[in-house]
Design a protein around this ligand. Structure first.
Ligand code: GTP
Ligand code: IMP
Ligand code: MG
Length: 333
C-alpha cells in the first residue's frame, strides 16, 4: 500500500519502533516520516546484537534507501536530533519541516519539575511546554535555528509528491491512543492528539490520501506515568509474569495489566484501523518465541489472536515473536 500509517493502540511503548523498522526494510518506502508529539517518545530497535534507541528520528533508519522526515506538527529538540543523526550516520537523508516547533531549555526546565512532572508524570523532555508555547504562538520554528538549516524541507510537499509517483510512504506515530490529548485519559495524557488523524495532520497527509492504518497493540497493556490503568497488576505479579519493563526515555518501571479488549475495540474505532500489529506474543506464550509462521504458533496463542480479531473486526497482519526486527510473522497479502 502506498501510504501506511502506524499508531499505538494503548498507552505507547507497544513496540511501534520494531514494527516500523521491519516495515521499512520489507516495504522499502521512499520516505519514513514521523508525526506525534516530540522527543517524549522512545523507540527501541534490536537488530542482531545491535540495540538502538530513537527519540527524534523515524525508526525506519535501518533502510538506507529511505529518506527520514519529521513533520511540521512535531516539536524537535535540536540536541537530541543532532546526536541521533550522527550516531546513525544519516546526515544526508534527514529532513525536518521548516515549521516543526523547537524545544529550548526553558521548556525542558519547565517540564522537569512542578505540576507536569509530579501530577501527570511527564517525561521531562520539554514536549508539553513547547506545545503550550506553540498554542500561544510564541514557539520558535525549525527555520529559525541555524543548526537545523541543513535539514530543512517542505515535508508535506515531499510526501505527497512521493505518493503521486506511486512510491511507498510509511508514517510513524508516537505514544498511544489513550495518551491522546483529545481521546485519552485526560489530564493524564500527552500534549497532542496522537491518533491516526492527528498524526496525519502533523505531516500534512490528507484523509483521502491514507491507504492503510495499522494500530499496534502489545499482548498486554503497559503504562508509564500517572493515570488509570484498569486491572493494574502489582509489581510482584507483573514481574512473576515476565512483564516488567523499563521506559526507554525515563528509565521508569512500566505498570502492567492484561490485554484489554474494550480498549482495543475503541482504539480501532478512533484510528479507523484497517490492520492490527500485535507485539510480544512470545512474552505471553514463550513457546512462540522467534516463530515466523502462524501455523507454528501454539493453539492457545492462535486463539488469543483470533479473539482479538473477533473483538475488533480487523485482521491481525503482523505478529511480534521476539525483540529482533525479524522476529515477526507477516500475514499481509
Ligand atoms: P513509543 O513511541 O514510546 O510508544 O515506543 P515503542 O512503541 O516503539 O515501544 P518501546 O520501544 O518503548 O518498547 C517496546 C519494547 O519491546 C522494546 O524493548 C522492543 O525491543 C521490545 N519488543 C517489540 N516487539 C517485541 C516482541 O514482539 N517481542 C519481544 N519479546 N519484545 C518486543
Ligand atoms: P509528556 O508527553 O512528556 O508530557 O508526558 C505525559 C504523559 O504521557 C506521561 O504519563 C508520560 O509518561 C506519557 N508519555 C509520553 N510519551 C510517551 C511515550 O512515548 N510512551 C509512553 N508514555 C509516554
Ligand atoms: Mg517507547
Amino acid at each position: 500500500m502506498p501510504s501506511l500509517v502506524v499508531v499505538g493502540g494503548f498507552f505507547g511503548d507497544e513496540g511501534k519502533g520494531k514494527i516500523i523498522s521491519y516495515l521499512a526494510q520489507k516495504d522499502n518506502p521512499s520516505i519514513v516520516v514521523r508525526g506525534g508529539a516530540g522527543p517524549n517518545a522512545g523507540h527501541t530497535i534490536e537488530d542482531g546484537d545491535k540495540k538502538y534507541k530513537v527519540r527524534m528520528l523515524p525508526s525506519g533508519f535501518l533502510n538506507k534507501n529511505s529518506r527520514l522526515m519529521i513533520g511540521p506538527g512535531v516539536v524537535v529538540n535540536p540536541d537530541v536530533l543532532h546526536k541521533e543523526v550522527s550516531e546513525f550516520g544519516v546526515e544526508k537523508r534527514t529532513f525536518v519541516d521548516y515549521q516543526a516547533g523547537v524545544i529550548e531549555k526553558t521548556h525542558t526546565d519547565a517540564d522537569s519539575g512542578g505540576r507536569l512532572k509530579e501530577k501527570i508524570g511527564s517525561t521531562g523532555s520539554g514536549t508539553g511546554p513547547a506545545n503550550a508555547d506553540r498554542a500561544m504562538r510564541t514557539l520558535k520554528m525549525a527555520k529559525d535555528i541555524p543548526s537545523l538549516k541543513q535539514y530543512l524541507a517542505d515535508v508535506p510537499l515531499e510526501i505527497n509528491a512521493s505518493l503521486e509517483r506511486d512510491e511507498n510512504v510509511l508514517v510513524e506515530g508516537t505514544q498511544g491512543t489513550f495518551l491522546s490529548l483529545f481521546h485519552g485519559t485526560y489530564p493524564f495524557v500527552t500534549s497532542k492528539d496522537v491518533t491516526a488523524s492527528g498524526i496525519c495532520a502533523d505531516i500534512g497527509l490528507g484523509p483521502t490520501n491514507v491507504d492503510d492504518v495499522m494500530v499496534v497493540f502489545k499482548s498486554y497493556v503497559t503504562r508509564v506515568g500517572e493515570g488509570l490503568l484498569e486491572g493494574e497488576l502489582s509489581k510482584d505479579e507483573t514481574a512473576s509474569r515476565g512483564w516488567a519493563e523499563i521506559g526507554t526515555v525515563t528509565g521508569r518501571q512500566r505498570r502492567a495489566a492484561d490485554f484489554n479488549f474494550d480498549m482495543a475495540r475503541r482504539a480501532v474505532m478512533l484510528n479507523g484501523a484497517t490492520q492490527i500489529g500485535l507485539t510480544k506474543l512470545d512474552v505471553l506464550f514463550s513457546e512462540c518465541a522467534h516463530k515466523q509462521s502462524f501455523d507454528a504458533l501454539s493453539d492457545q496463542a492462535k486463539e488469543f489472536v483470533t479473539k482479538i480479531e473477533d473483538a475488533t473486526n480487523v485482521p491481525v497482519t503482523l505478529i511480534g515473536t521476539g525483540p529482533g526486527v525479524n522476529d515477526i510473522i507477516d500475514l499481509r497479502d
